[in-house]
Ligand binder design. Structure first.
Ligand code: F3S
Length: 395
């Protein structure tokens, strides 16, 4: 791989031991995947933030880097943490867990990373442009950036994203190259998609079928960015889809080659079967919306549905701190809280320890959450559209 003089110096350790170690990781990755050179990145999103995922070894690793005084070179955001960083006490997060989580946040802050913990950085102040090279980690954010925005990122692991942030570069391979952004499958959508959960079900079905390949969708008549983020999240969870194209809706759909694609049809039958498959529970102990993190539009819609109602079970709407603050100002938080629900910022149902908080069955409208909750959080799942979920927990 070609390295500039400056990069050779980093590799030789002239910018310190941590930079050398981090750069070695990027060079190794580049060699494995056949990168020709390093490219500058416009922004980074780092995963491996929740204490639940990284535990003590990960926390000590981050504290060790922070202690060396190294700062990130580009705008860097974080994936959701294991708890609401401000209201963890009120929401019942365990004290010891909170203590450890705050150590992690402090280490990131010392590195100059923006302590905004969200899987929707594009809604919270980290918005790349079309064709911008970035190094993001969280699978739904990667999918959204590649597909809906047309930015270019591989799905980075926690360490490689941190290395990209500290060095401002990433190896040039995978989705950074146009030839790797071409589709392998044509997904013919014949089912009518109304709710976000329908897009989640479609994504779950397609992800299972295409695994890490790139699908090209036709037949999706319309979808807003919330529905597209739900679709991409589910495909990245049930498969490992990092890029998709939708005829008429996503920016590269007109530019890609569409010859010799294998066709998969998604009709009414597949939609119904996916709902059935994802439902492993009956009555939720808690409903958690906002996977990926809810937009202001989604929060407003939930507030509207809860106006004047009383919940008999907890309901959380997970979102970024930025969206939560806007919801506070608009009075949406107040309406949701009056009904007995909560807007929970900085975290989500999968990376927070809900299994230790007494919950056994969770209601969700997200294909991604439905995919992960049984394994990651030992939950039974009620997968349904938002109206049906609210109905199930309203007195
Ligand atoms: Fe985001 Fe958590 Fe879902 S990270 S995409 S809300 S599982």
């Amino acid at each position: 791989m070609y390295l500039t003089k400056e990069e050779e110096k980093i590799l030789a350790g002239e910018e310190g031991e941590v930079s050398q170690r981090m750069f070695r990781l990027l060079v190794r990755l580049g060699e494995i995947y056949g990168a020709d050179k390093m490219i500058p990145v416009g922004s980074v999103q780092v995963a491996g933030v929740s204490y639940k995922s990284i535990a003590d070894p990960g926390t000590e690793f981050l504290e060790d880097i922070a202690k060396q005084g190294l700062k990130v070179k580009v705008l860097t955001f974080l994936n959701p943490a294991g708890m609401d960083l401000e209201n963890w006490g009120k929401l019942g997060f365990p004290k010891q867990f909170a203590k450890n989580q705050l150590r992690i946040m402090n280490a990131f802050k010392q590195m100059g990373i923006v302590v905004t913990a969200t899987c929707t950085p594009y809604l919270a102040g980290n918005l790349p442009r079309f064709r911008e090279h970035i190094a993001w980690s969280e699978s739904s954010a990667v999918s959204f950036a590649n597909s809906v925005i047309g930015a270019r990122t591989n799905r980075e692991g926690g360490p490689s994203a941190l290395a990209a942030a500290l060095l401002g570069r990433t190896p040039n391979y995978g989705f950074h190259l146009w030839e790797n952004r071409q589709p392998h499958y044509h997904i013919k959508v014949e089912a009518d998609l109304t709710f976000s959960s329908d897009f989640g079900a479609l994504g779950h079905y397609v992800g299972k079928m295409v695994k890490d390949k790139t699908p090209y969708f036709t037949g999706i008549k319309d979808a807003d960015t919330d529905q597209l983020k739900t679709l991409g999240a589910a495909m990245a969870a049930s498969g490992a889809v990092g890029l998709y194209h939708v005829n008429g809706l996503t920016p590269e759909a007109d530019l890609i080659k569409k010859e010799n694609l294998e066709t998969i049809t998604f009709g009414k039958k597949e939609l119904k079967e996916t709902y059935e498959k994802l439902n492993t529970g009956k009555q939720p102990d808690i409903v958690i919306l906002g996977c990926p993190h809810a937009s202001l539009r989604e929060i407003a819609a939930v507030a509207e549905k809860l106006k004047g109602k009383k919940l008999k079970k907890p309901l959380w709407v997970c979102t970024s701190r930025v969206m939560k603050e806007a919801a506070d100002r608009m009075g949406f938080t107040q309406i949701i809280e009056k009904a007995g629900g909560q807007i929970v910022a900085d975290t989500c149902m999968v990376v927070s320890p809900i299994e230790d908080m007494g919950y056994k069955t969770t209601g969700v409208n997200s294909g991604k959450a439905a995919n992960y909750l049984p394994g990651f959080c030992k939950q039974q799942v009620v997968f349904a559209d938002v109206d049906s979920l609210i109905e199930k927990v309203t007195a």
